[in-house]
Write a protein that binds this ligand. Structure first.
Ligand code: ATP
Ligand code: MG
Length: 492
């Protein structure tokens, strides 16, 4: 029998509820995590006390929403314990829109409350009436969740089809928990998912997004992505990825586009990279199927990074990911094809690359590229080049690569030329930076002030032309391997 310890904050809350004459149980994810010996991410308590009664017992509480959840603040340092949620036993009404229960009703017993929960392993409760040490008699487990925990199985509470018809998000949650816990989805539950998949179209994108993000952040994200595809769920999340299923590549690849994308995610996950890098890895080649040209070992995918960045943006917007996440992922995909070879790319080229992609994105771009490389199973001889690029980046890292780093600032330009703030100032800064990227020693006041006067004498059109030329100036490194090869070596 495992020994359990429950934090004293939780014991205290339980004691207050019990002394007040109410039932109190730990419930849901924390019970599951305790039973498998993992530290719960948060602690949920359920009780027969109604919200206003809970608030009376806990003056330092906040009534959070209409679902009968009261957040009790503790003085704990542990972030998982700062606010403990107490929810009144609930039973959900009918789900006529397959999305929200039509009404939330309070229930009288813990058994009723457990019956509304999604999976057997999530439908257990621990009675807080007694001091918790020997759990044997204190676990409420009407759906044999403990058995499924032992056998590592995700199984719905009650009839799977009915439960998915009530709330289709549960289908996605099944995959998320199977990845999070390393569990199999039980056969009937799988069948019910395949059969009811179209119901996912009723589910708000935000809810899908949140479960998808949790799935991507588990340590088994790649298995999860394969399962999403096998069960048919991916079609309702990022269908664009499905274009890569069965899409073969060329002599440089053994995997199909889809598998390669997922393998890149697998590597990004192994390295514990951020959510954005994981997403960018999963989507880095999403543009390949639409840009594929030719067949067999000589197939090409010119501009797939550009097309892919756009596809990713549209998909992530649709899922309502925050703007900054979308922008970042899009950017990482757009630049994942940078070309680098020792001796071929100058320091100015590396500086210009950093200026274009942003110094804050450099590490992530290299990480996506590494995920791409390792995720192709037949890594090319890149590590040496990569190491050299890192060396070059380090060498130029403190050189000016941003208008803010110039020896002359916008307000000085305005003063020198006696012009107001506006696009003209931006254009001048841009052309100045172009010069400094080529030669950082030009980043001094005298030289730049002279240049400001020189550029200031140009007509708006001439200046604009100069700035546009600069914007078009791309070094080898940014062009992307394939596009570059096309230009220089593609002779067939
Ligand atoms: P995690 O540790 O990842 O947060 P969790 O089990 O706490 O896992 P939550 O999504 O936080 O998962 O949900 C808390 C509990 O609420 C679940 O354990 C489950 O009992 C119940 N639950 C949540 N969402 C649903 C749903 N859509 N249908 C039925 N029960 C649900
Ligand atoms: Mg939770």
């Amino acid at each position: 029998m495992k020994e359990f310890s429950v934090p004293k904050e939780i014991e205290n809350i339980g004691e207050i509820l019990v002394k007040g004459g109410y039932d109190a149980y730990l419930v849901g994810g924390c019970v599951r995590d305790l039973l498998i010996g993992e530290k719960p991410k948060d602690w949920d308590i359920t009780t027969d006390a109604h919200p206003e009664k809970i608030q009376k017992l806990f003056p330092e509480s906040v009534y959070e929403n209409e679902f009968g959840t009261v957040g009790v603040k503790t003085r704990s340092e542990d972030p998982t314990l700062k606010v403990v949620e107490i929810t009144t036993f609930r039973i959900e009404g009918t789900y006529s829109d397959k999305r929200h229960p039509d009404e939330v009703k309070f229930a009288k017993t813990i058994e009723e409350d457990l019956s509304r929960r999604d999976f057997t392993v999530n439908a257990m409760a621990i009675n807080l009436k007694n001091k918790i040490s020997n759990l044997k008699n204190d676990i409420v487990d009407p759906y044999s969740g403990q058995k499924d925990l032992k056998n590592k199985i995700i199984r719905t509470v009650g009839d799977a089809e009915k439960r998915f018809q009530e709330d289709a998000l549960r289908m996605l949650r099944a995959v998320r928990f199977s990845a999070q816990l390393g569990f199999e989805i039980e056969k009937e539950t799988q069948k019910a998912i395949k059969k009811n998949i179209v119901l996912l179209k009723h589910i708000a994108e935000e809810r899908i997004r949140d479960e998808f993000q949790k799935l991507i952040m588990t340590s088994r994200s790649a298995e999860g992505a394969f399962t999403l595809q096998e069960l048919g769920l991916l079609e309702y999340i990022i269908p664009e990825l499905l274009e890569g299923v069965g899409c073969t590549q060329n002599k440089h690849h053994v995997y199909t586009v889809f598998e390669h994308n997922v393998r890149a995610l697998e590597y990004a996950t192994e390295k514990n990279y951020s959510f954005e890098v994981r997403l960018a890895a999963l989507l880095h080649d999403v543009g390949k199927p639409r840009t594929k040209n030719g067949t067999g070992e000589n197939a090409t995918f010119y501009n797939h990074e550009m097309v892919g960045a756009r596809i990713a943006k549209d998909a992530l917007d649709r899922l309502r990911f925050p703007r900054d996440v979308v922008q970042r992922v899009r950017h990482l995909i757009r630049y994942h094809m940078f070309y680098y070879n020792v001796g071929e790319v100058s320091e100015a080229g590396v500086r210009r690359f950093i200026a274009r992609v942003g110094v804050e994105n450099i590490d992530d771009i290299l990480n996506v590229r590494e995920a791409d490389r390792v995720g192709s199973k037949v890594p090319k001889a890149f590590p040496y080049k990569l190491r050299h690029l890192l060396f070059m980046i380090d060498k130029v890292r403190h050189d000016p690569v941003h208008p803010k780093m110039l020896a002359v600032k916008g307000d000085e330009i305005m003063r020198l030329l006696n012009i107001p703030a506006g696009p003209r100032v931006g254009d001048i800064l841009f052309v100045l930076l172009e010069e400094v990227l080529d030669d950082p020693s030009k980043n001094n006041k005298e030289y730049l002030e002279e240049k400001v006067r020189e550029f200031g004498a140009l007509s708006p059109l001439e200046l604009k032309k100069l700035a546009d030329e600069g914007r078009k100036k791309k070094d080898l490194i940014e062009e992307g391997v394939e596009n570059d090869m096309k230009k220089r070596y593609f002779v067939k």
